[in-house]
Design a binder for this molecule. Structure first.
Ligand code: NAD
Ligand code: UDP
Length: 341
């Protein structure tokens, strides 16, 4: 059985679905601080079977000890965490407590229970302002410019240290680039509870009339059109990368770092243009100053994951945007039906 912390969230739910599709037993632990119980229903509908679900906090050591004792858990995918960069600047202690404290408690409980296989949701943000593109796993980690990025790097460091101290650990640090999109069914996707920070969730709210315009943060970067470049990856490709990592960890010990990206960067304006093409909806833009802490470019060298996991992202930017738009439209329909009743 695989325990997924944060499994009701955007990434964890897609990982749960892929695992269930492969007939794995799945137990989700989530405190629902940034997700809803309905995600579990949606996963169940799509998978045709129900994952186990416990509402609880990954920092609750007693709860973890109970779960690791009562369920036949042999690996953990640790997605639980807070992820809003701006919020982390204003509430650093909450971020360190949740993201570092949660990872520490989880590692302690796993070690005590004798469960040593762990896949961790890390981020390309740990590379900081890396100036060589594409970024491969041997690039040095940088100095993340905000407490969120720092909390990911600290959690990675904890995992590096525990693995050095005990050869029974098999840990996969998955450094995600920019996951976007939704399940092609339109039933599962990202549902921000507050004002979105990331580009695509914000753009989707503009497209559906919930916001007036999209702010483009900076058009004076040294890129082809002046806007920032990122490696956007389809959420289903990303989720499948977790299954490949779990498989690979059966034969690998210590810490293994894998970039999960496509290897291709798109600028903000390229993404907006592609979205307008796939949806037919024009997006109003306002150019603003650069967002503090943003890097100019960031895209992955995905070769190590291809060689060691046999995994490569296969879905295009058009697929990501089409699926995201389908999800956004289905969300709106659900809201209209709820309001009409
Ligand atoms: P999300 O907010 O949708 O999901 C995170 C889930 O964890 C939520 O359901 C939340 O309720 C839960 N959670 C948070 N703290 C918890 C705690 N203490 N105990 C139990 N549950 C808790 O975010 P996501 O996009 O699915 O991200 C998942 C992980 O991937 C996070 O750790 C995030 O930092 C990391 N990550 C995300 C991105 C991205 O762009 N989405 C990029 C890089 C890394
Ligand atoms: N971005 C933007 N407007 C927004 C949100 C983001 O122009 O409302 C830009 C941002 O400056 C960056 C890119 O879009 O160049 C991706 O930002 P996002 O927050 O989605 O991801 P990250 O910063 O984590 O790479």
């Amino acid at each position: 059985m695989i325990l997924i912390t944060g499994g009701a969230g955007y990434i964890g739910a897609h990982v749960a679905l892929e695992l269930l599709a492969r007939n794995e037993d799945v137990l989700i632990l989530d405190n629902l601080c940034n997700s809803q119980r309905s995600a579990i229903e949606r996963i169940s509908t799509l998978a045709g079977q129900r994952p186990g679900f416990i509402q609880g906090d990954v920092r609750n050591r007693r709860l973890l000890d109970t779960l690791l004792r009562d369920y036949p858990i042999d690996a953990v995918v640790h997605c639980a965490g807070l992820k809003a960069v701006g919020e982390s600047v204003h509430e650093p202690l909450r971020y360190y407590d949740n993201n570092v404290g949660g990872s520490l408690t989880l590692c302690q409980a796993m070690a005590q229970a004798g469960v040593f296989t762990l896949v961790f949701s890390s981020s390309a943000t740990v590379y900081g302002d890396c100036c060589t593109m594409p970024i491969n796993e041997s690039c040095a980690t940088g100095q993340p410019t905000n407490p969120y990025g720092m909390s990911k790097l600290m959690a990675e460091n904890i995992m590096q240290s525990v693995a050095s101290s005990d050869p029974r650990w098999s840990i996969g640090l998955l450094r995600y680039f920019n996951p976007i999109g939704a399940h092609p069914s339109g039933l599962l996707g990202e549902a921000p509870l507050n004002m979105p920070n990331n580009l695509l969730p914000f753009l989707l709210q503009v497209a559906s009339g919930q916001r007036e315009y999209l702010s483009v943060f900076g058009n004076d970067y040294p890129t082809a059109d002046g806007t920032g470049v990122r490696d956007y990856i389809h959420i289903v490709d990303l989720a499948q990368g977790h299954l490949c990592a779990l498989d690979a960890l059966r034969e690998r010990s210590g810490v293994n770092i894998w970039n999960l990206g496509t290897g291709r960067g798109y600028s903000v304006l390229e993404l907006v243009k592609s979205f307008e093409q796939v949806s037919g909806v024009p997006i109003a833009l306002q150019f603003k100053a650069r967002r503090p802490g943003d890097v100019t470019c960031c895209w992955a060298d995905p070769q190590k994951a291809a060689d060691e996991l046999g995994w490569r992202a296969s879905r295009s930017l058009q697929d990501m945007l089409t699926d995201a738009w389908r999800w956004q439209c289905s969300q709106l329909e659900t809201e209209w039906i709820r309001e009409a009743n």
